[in-house]
Ligand binder design. Sequence first.
Ligand code: AMP
Length: 249
Amino acid sequence: MKILVPVKRVIDYNAKPRVKADGTGVDLANVKMSMNPFDEIAVEEAIRLKEKGVATEVIAVSIGVAKAQETLRTSLAMGADRAILIQTDEEVEPLALAKLLAKVQEEEGAGLIILGKQAIDDDSNQTGQMLAALLNLPQGTFASKVEVEGDSVSVTREVDGGLETVKLSTPAIITTDLRLNEPRYASLPNIMKAKSKPLAQKTPADYGVDIGARLETLKVVEPPKRTAGVKVADVDELVAKLKAMGVAA
Ligand code: AMP
């Protein structure tokens, strides 16, 4: 069974995003970029399934700028077998991403597609669900445990009330939650080996998908700055202040 893992290049989770002066988006100049953390978890899970003998091949795919190759090389260094870059300088919305990934799946016929539950830059949390709808495949979202048994896969999901386990027939779509696993670091020898693993270069046109934007971003603003707090001498003063603010009776 093949496993397809879509990985996105995003601003590193430690970097502080800056909004462009004209308010049209986030300034990516000279900002550290990394693989979306949920996608690292997805790559790790796919590799573990290969190590267990469940999967035969792990294919990482990224849609984005030429530099997304670095993200794909990271997946190859972690243990993916080959990679596909669908290169574009346009910002691609979840529906168009899902259409492209559906085309890749038509060619690859993977038994599992493991995505992150969300990209930490746009926080859309849509691509996996849209892909499942387009391909008419079962989906197990927010996975904290994945167990493949023959032609089906049990996915334990993190839901508000606790944990829910669903059994899906393969091929199936899974999206990862934080607690699924702890991704490995790529070792230096594996980083070197990854340089010679296959990386196919494609464009959205190769798949005949229109990636034109359907959403218009009106404005991007920084979150409001937190105002400084006030120190109080004792509980009485605190209660008096809360009463004065009208938040305590
Ligand atoms: P989102 O729906 O944008 O929150 O993204 C959910 C998941 O879809 C991510 O964790 C990735 O697995 C996948 N994904 C999103 N954008 C891309 C991209 N540009 N290239 C490859 N995979 C992506």
